[in-house]
Write a protein that binds this ligand. Structure first.
Ligand code: BGC
Length: 616
């Protein structure tokens, strides 16, 4: 969309223009400049004035007060031209097939991994389903008043930042196809769907007026899910920060974000709490490390709040304000709103093995855990960051007041783990202490080396797609990891329950297949599903870990961030031309597992038993 744009002189509009076109020094242009008192030298210009401009003296705050259509259009011009899907109105669902094409006996599903749990059953209130995120599936990114998020901006403006140069403009087009998607979930017998709300769809600028069409859309999504009997598990934020908040104050590097996020969260909770089974305030705040801190600050995005080009300063400011925003919403929900649904946030974390039996490698494991899970896990202990972070990071790590610690402490009803894989950790050759004392050390601040091979060089499991080099199939890791969280790392919160809120796999080179037939029998993902599910169940049934829910990533193929549309995580294949969805073998592996281990009330529909190893 490119409606005509009025570029106002000075103020926000002019500044926004510089945010994508000019060099970093242009940000904040016009603010804090020295006002001279000139003698008019152009006598024909009665309003003549002059000043000495100094962009490097710019403040780190660009007032965001203009919420006009023109300003919205201007933001979209900052992103660039958006692709529109062939289907761009909400589609009424067509009837689902009574039985889906599925694996036959010539290659049965993957057999059980853990024979001791073959007859174990899950309780009736066990929560399970599939997951997605707004940015990754919705498409329709500029439709019906939505504002751009930073993840609409990045694929368009950050050259070569997305492996296949795709965008999330259309993705799986869930914005228009949700009724069909919900009908599919119902027909497959999937009882719950974990999805996220797009902040910029609801509040296009991140602050200011609410977008009526965005709210109307989610009203309908919730109503439709309820009509289909699907439980809503809702994440309020999954990385798609409104671009306007980056332009204005640097998004999660500024304390201003807390109030803006809390306002949004309250709005969504008040409106939809009656529909929601579980609330997550945030998806994986650990993204402040490996994603948020790596945005193009100082080139394509403003470098505010002293973060330079990003890195550690951005990372720990982002984590800090995320924790405060989470805790404020949690305390409001429980104590003011008197909400009764469980609330937590999802953690990105993996089982870490030591590379050897040395004490140094054991310490390396602890440091990896502290800098990842511990960074956000403090809330359940003393409300503060782990001592290892404080002693290593010094002033790089912001501090909480006592009141903030009290607010953060205990601010979750259960532990949510997005646990996809495992890693091997070793102390660096120069030793942990030397590294931790030197901020220029290449391994600072974690000061541990991580690998996806054992000490002998053999990989920890089968590899995934080249677009997900971090991901190796390691089902044997999830069981001890769940015990570790429950018994050692976070016993207080884990005793209330652990939900495996995401796990999933990307089969190698899946996007290179030409035919549906080649795609549908996704053996590695099916194997991963069975291995993880059996081991999670073993943690529950044999090790006594209080696992209360399981969600597989993903409902279908979607936009995998910097890996684009070519790295596939779906339990269903999405034909990006027709937008048809086809359940893969892994979906049947997943459903069959719940058919075996769920009670009758959660048994899956539409897959005629027996399939898989029971069929042999
Ligand atoms: C994220 C998803 C992502 C998935 C696979 C999870 O950590 O929440 O957004 O697609 O990993 O990379």
């Amino acid at each position: 969309m490119a409606p005509s744009v009025t570029v106002k002189l000075g103020g926000a509009t002019l500044l926004a223009a510089s945010a994508f076109a000019a060099s970093p020094s242009s940000y904040g242009y016009g603010h804090n400049s020295t006002t001279a008192s000139p003698t008019p030298t152009i006598t024909s210009d009665a309003s003549y004035s002059s000043t000495t401009f100094n962009a490097s003296a710019a403040s780190t705050y660009l007032p965001l007060t203009d919420f006009s259509n023109e300003q919205l259009a201007f933001l979209w011009d900052q992103v660039g031209s958006i692709s529109t899907a062939a289907i761009h109105t909400t589609v009424s669902p067509t009837p689902e097939p009574s039985v889906y094409p599925k694996p036959g006996y010539l290659h049965p599903l993957v057999p059980a991994y853990v024979s001791e749990v073959e007859s174990a059953k899950l309780p009736e209130d066990f929560l399970w389903g599939v997951a997605s995120a707004a940015l990754q599936v919705e498409g329709a990114v500029d439709a019906e008043g939505k504002g751009p998020s930073v993840w609409d901006f990045i694929p368009h403006r950050w050259v070569n930042s997305i492996a296949d140069n795709s965008t999330a403009d259309v993705a799986a087009n869930q914005y228009y196809l949700y009724k069909q998607d919900n009908a599919r979930l119902k027909a497959l017998g999937i009882p719950a769907y974990s999805f996220t709300i797009s902040l910029a769809r609801v509040i296009p600028f991140g602050k200011g007026p609410v977008n009526e069409q965005g709210i109307a859309h989610y009203d309908d999504v919730f109503a439709n899910m309820e009509a289909n009997g699907i439980k809503s598990v809702v994440t309020l934020f999954h990385w798609d920060t409104p671009l306007a908040l980056f332009n204005s104050y640097g998004a999660w590097t500024s304390r201003d974000i807390v109030a803006d996020y809390v306002r949004y969260a309250k709005l969504i909770i008040e409106r939809y709490d009656k529909y929601v089974t579980v609330w997550y305030t945030f998806n994986e705040p650990q993204y402040c490390n490996w994603r948020f801190s790596n945005y193009p600050y100082g080139t394509l995005l403003p470098s505010y709040n002293g973060i330079g080009n990003g890195g550690l300063k951005a990372e720990f400011l982002c984590g800090h304000y995320t924790l405060l925003a989470h805790a404020e919403v949690y305390q409001w929900y429980k104590n003011v709103y008197k909400g009764t649904k469980p609330m937590s946030f999802k953690n990105s974390a993996n089982w870490i093995l030591p590379n050897s039996t040395s004490a140094a490698d054991a310490e390396a494991v602890t440091r990896v855990n502290d800098f990842n899970m511990g960074w956000f896990g403090g809330p359940w202990t003393d409300g503060d960051y782990p001592a290892s972070l404080r002693s290593t990071l010094g002033d790089l790590l912001p501090t909480f007041t006592q009141a903030e610690k009290d607010m953060i402490k205990g601010s979750a009803d259960f532990y949510a783990l997005d646990g996809y894989t495992a890693n091997v950790a070793a102390a660096p050759p120069n030793g942990i202490a030397a590294c931790a004392a030197n901020a220029s050390d290449p391994n600072y601040p974690t000061c541990a080396l991580t690998a996806t091979t054992y000490a002998d060089g053999f990989p920890i499991g089968p590899n995934s797609d080249p677009g997900a080099t971090w991901l190796w199939s390691t089902p044997g890791g999830i069981r001890p990891y769940l015990s570790f969280i429950a018994n050692k790392y976070f016993p207080k919160v884990a005793s209330k329950g652990i939900v495996v809120s995401e796990f999933g796999f990307s089969d190698p080179y899946e996007s290179s297949f030409d035919t549906l037939a080649q795609i549908l029998w996704d053996l590695r993902r099916a194997d991963y599903m069975q291995g993880y599910l059996d081991n999670i169940l073993a943690a529950r049934a044999l090790d006594g870990v209080n696992i209360t829910g399981i969600f597989a990533w993903a409902i279908y193929d979607n936009f995998e961030w910097n890996s684009g549309l070519s790295t596939k995580f779906g339990l269903q294949y999405v034909n990006l031309t027709s937008q048809e969805r086809h359940p893969k073998a892994s979906m049947f592996q997943f459903l069959n597992w719940f058919k075996l281990h769920g009670l009758d009330s959660t048994a899956t529909a539409n897959i005629t038993a027996p399939i898989g190893h029971k069929r042999m």
